[in-house]
Write a protein that binds this ligand. Structure first.
Ligand code: GCV
Length: 721
């Protein structure tokens, strides 16, 4: 090739590649973009208010805080802000924990320290010798780091920084991600590539991703991570793997993130050479004690174990005629000397009781209230079935006052369109957190149960099943980053409004332009109701296709266990549709407080969004809109499709505010979502129509394919399965 031609091609290629790389980097940076503040007035003001940084202390966490503030400020303001030795010059940003502050500084924030807990922070404008400064302080170094991220958020979202007086603390102690990551790097229900953890290269190779993962988590206050799948492999507890876990724990430590592991109950047999894993066996107890000591010798701040036992084929104490308390307490005793905890999952369902799967966790656990050790916390999914687009809150919340219960949300979208569909989940989380259990009278919301305030518990926790993988943008869908972000924000404070969180995320991730924020925020807020409408309106649930749970499969009825089949959940017949969980049916409603049970039990009062969850309703039953159930169902499916259509319309107008790569990605994904919303509508309506025997209302588009066509679709290699 002649040289000019070669150079020409190279030039063309670099144009193609450069924007890709730049944007790919933007995708990778999550909500920590730290892009230069666009509004010059605001930018100048920030610059004038921050002349330098005075950092007190030299722990790894403080070093991390300094690095982050310098990185953030240089991006946002466009200048390197240097470290200074003292506060002689005005407008210093002072960072340091309470004990590092001298009396002159301290007296400015004395009362604020009473308002925060150990992980809380203070951001305050103070005066020292008539000079103004901004102080970021806390009782601990990790509080200072949280303060730094929150100060940067003020700038990222273009807020004013005059006369600051902010105090904030997390309301929940354990705020964690659960990774369902396998040791072969596949991720159960993971739709964003493979696992982040490169076991083969650990412990010696530390991927920059581990550090950026920790930064992102710390920026939203996440302080724990369970790095392996609850369907556990005992090998993680062998020295070969513990050495690798230790390396990760070391990376996460300065960011305030503790590592936890899942414990396979049969590990004493599989890797310990014992004949049994019976929790009453002395050798078994001793094996776990020694294992705990071995782990803590490597990782002194190890958080503890998460356990899935006697559920979906996982081993557990019931294999030995023991119960959940026996199993959990044995492990709790092993980690107690080191300050560890055991998170025992309540996601269980017996293979024999098929009366109503929704009742099983409550029936199995509530009788044990008060019997668990005080370092055991029972981890409960938000609803009684399994991470559906909409479920009423789990009846266990409020039903075990003597046992701390932690929330398990799913961030990965197993039943909500994987990483293909745009669904803003904090809306779902908020709905659950605000639900009133009435366990101690009106106002005993799920949020107050899990933060420990209703029953006065010392430990409290919340877990989100992570949607993170090694995709360049971490979460597959650019907007799925908002679900990771929003989970963290709600874990910190479960009383926040998901709308505020969406707005902050948009500003930090994309743009502060109001013309972008307003419509896109509305699109996000509507997206959750859209997915409910086009998948499972009016309380329908678990009608996804077998195994992979992607796409509709309401016809599936051939699986060996009744409660694996969608037909078990919708119970459509010529008379009507829905699962009767009222007094006349499985009586699952009785698991709620009487005030709640009364509402759910009564067809006329039951919220229509939950109607078919609790009642089997005739096709001709009139809903509040005056339409029959059949018409209303069809209209809801259509509404879902329309909503996705308008999400598309909104996004298509946003090209000027977003980089090309992310704009196109979201555009393509929304197009798929639109196609698939129609698929859901058509497949479900054609299927249910066989039973209702009724025409579709006029405003519902006619299906373009047959039911047999939809039934024939197969996805043998769907991810995450
Ligand atoms: C990790 C559902 C999912 C499983 C998951 C299980 C659980 O059944 O489909 O993949 O297993 O929940 O939460 O344990």
């Amino acid at each position: 090739m002649n040289q000019p031609l070669f150079l020409y091609i190279l030039l063309q290629l670099s144009f193609l590649i450069a924007p890709f790389n730049m944007s790919a980097q933007e995708d990778y940076k999550l909500w920590l973009q730290y892009k230069k503040v666009q509004d010059t007035k605001i930018a100048t003001n920030y610059h004038s208010k921050i002349n330098g940084i005075v950092a007190l202390g030299n722990s790894e966490t403080i070093q991390t805080a300094i690095k982050e503030i310098q990185l953030g400020l240089s991006g946002l303001i466009g200048h390197q802000i240097t470290l200074q030795k003292n506060t002689n010059t005005e407008n210093m940003l002072i960072l340091g924990n309470q004990s590092s502050l001298d009396e002159a500084v301290l007296k400015n924030v004395k009362s604020e320290f009473d308002l925060i807990n150990n992980e809380g922070y203070i951001i305050k404008t103070i005066q020292l010798k008539n000079k103004k400064h901004i102080l970021i302080t806390a009782k601990t170094d990790i509080g200072v780091l949280y303060g730094v991220f929150n100060f940067l958020k003020l700038l990222q979202t273009n807020q004013q920084i005059e006369n600051l007086a902010i105090t904030d603390s997390p309301r929940i102690n354990i705020r964690m991600l659960n990774h369902w990551d396998n040791l072969d790097r596949t991720v159960e229900r993971g739709y964003a590539g493979f696992s982040l953890w490169n076991w083969q290269k650990l412990p010696d190779f530390i991927d920059q991703r581990y550090i950026d993962y920790a930064r992102a988590n710390a920026s939203i206050g996440i302080n724990g991570t369970v790095i392996n799948n609850v369907n556990a492999n005992a090998l993680i507890l062998t020295p070969q793997y513990l050495e690798k876990v230790e390396a990760l724990a070391k990376v996460f430590r300065p960011y305030g993130i503790k590592v936890y592991l899942t414990a396979r109950f049969s590990a004493p047999i599989e890797i310990g050479g014992l004949k049994t894993a019976d929790p009453f066996d002395a050798a078994v107890k001793n094996w776990w004690k020694e294992k705990a000591a071995e782990i803590y010798a490597r990782i002194p701040d190890f958080g503890g174990f998460l356990v899935k036992a006697n559920s979906e084929g996982q081993p557990g104490p019931q294999n030995y005629g023991r119960n959940h308390v026996d199993g959990a307490n044995m492990l709790a005793d092993a980690v107690a000397p080191f300050g560890g905890i055991v998170m025992w999952r309540a996601f269980v369902y017996s293979e024999h009781d098929v009366n109503d799967r929704a009742k099983q966790a409550y029936s199995e656990f509530v009788p044990y209230d008060g019997q668990f050790r005080n370092n055991v916390i029972v981890q409960v999914k938000n609803g009684a079935i399994d991470f559906q687009p909409r479920e009423p809150f789990h009846p266990m919340f409020g039903a075990m006052p003597k046992t701390p219960l932690m929330m398990e949300f799913q961030i990965t979208q197993e039943y909500l369109g994987f990483s293909t569909h745009l669904v803003y989940l904090p809306k779902l989380y908020q709905e659950v957190l605000e639900s009133d259990t009435y366990s101690k009278g009106k106002g005993s919301t799920v949020a107050k149960i899990i933060d420990g305030t209703v029953d006065n518990h010392k430990i409290s926790g919340i877990a989100g099943v992570a949607n993170i993988g090694n995709d360049i943008n971490w979460t597959g869908h650019p907007f799925a980053q908002a679900n990771w972000y929003g989970f963290g924000r709600l874990a910190w404070n479960p009383y926040q409004d998901s709308e505020t969180i969406a707005e902050d995320w948009l500003r930090m991730t994309f743009s502060n332009d109001e013309k972008f924020i307003k419509p896109v925020k509305e699109m996000m807020l509507e997206s959750r109701e859209a997915v409910v409408n086009y998948m499972t309106p009016l309380g329908l649930h678990h009608i996804m296709d077998t195994g992979h749970h992607y796409g509709p499969g309401p016809w599936v009825s051939n699986l060996s266990r009744p409660d694996w089949n969608p037909t078990y959940y919708h119970k459509a017949d010529t008379k009507g549709i829905g699962f009767d969980r009222s007094k006349t049916g499985s009586n699952a409603t009785a698991q709620y407080s009487p005030e709640v049970a009364k509402i759910f039990d009564d067809v006329a009062n039951c919220p229509e969004k939950d109607l078919l969850w609790f009642h089997h309703i005739s096709w001709d039953y009139k809903l509040k809109n005056g339409e029959t159930l059949w018409n209303s169902l069809a209209l809801k499916y259509q509404e879902g499709v329309n909503q996705v259509e308008s999400m598309n319309t909104t996004w298509n107008k946003m090209e000027q505010y977003v980089d090309q790569v992310r704009f196109k990605e979201v555009q393509m994904l929304l197009n798929i979502q639109h196609k698939e919303a129609k698929w859901w509508r058509d497949a479900c309506l054609l299927y249910f129509q066989q039973y209702s025997g009724k025409e579709l209302p006029k405003s519902v588009e006619k299906p373009t394919q047959t039911l047999n066509y939809f039934k024939s679709l197969k996805f043998p290699f769907a991810p995450g399965n």
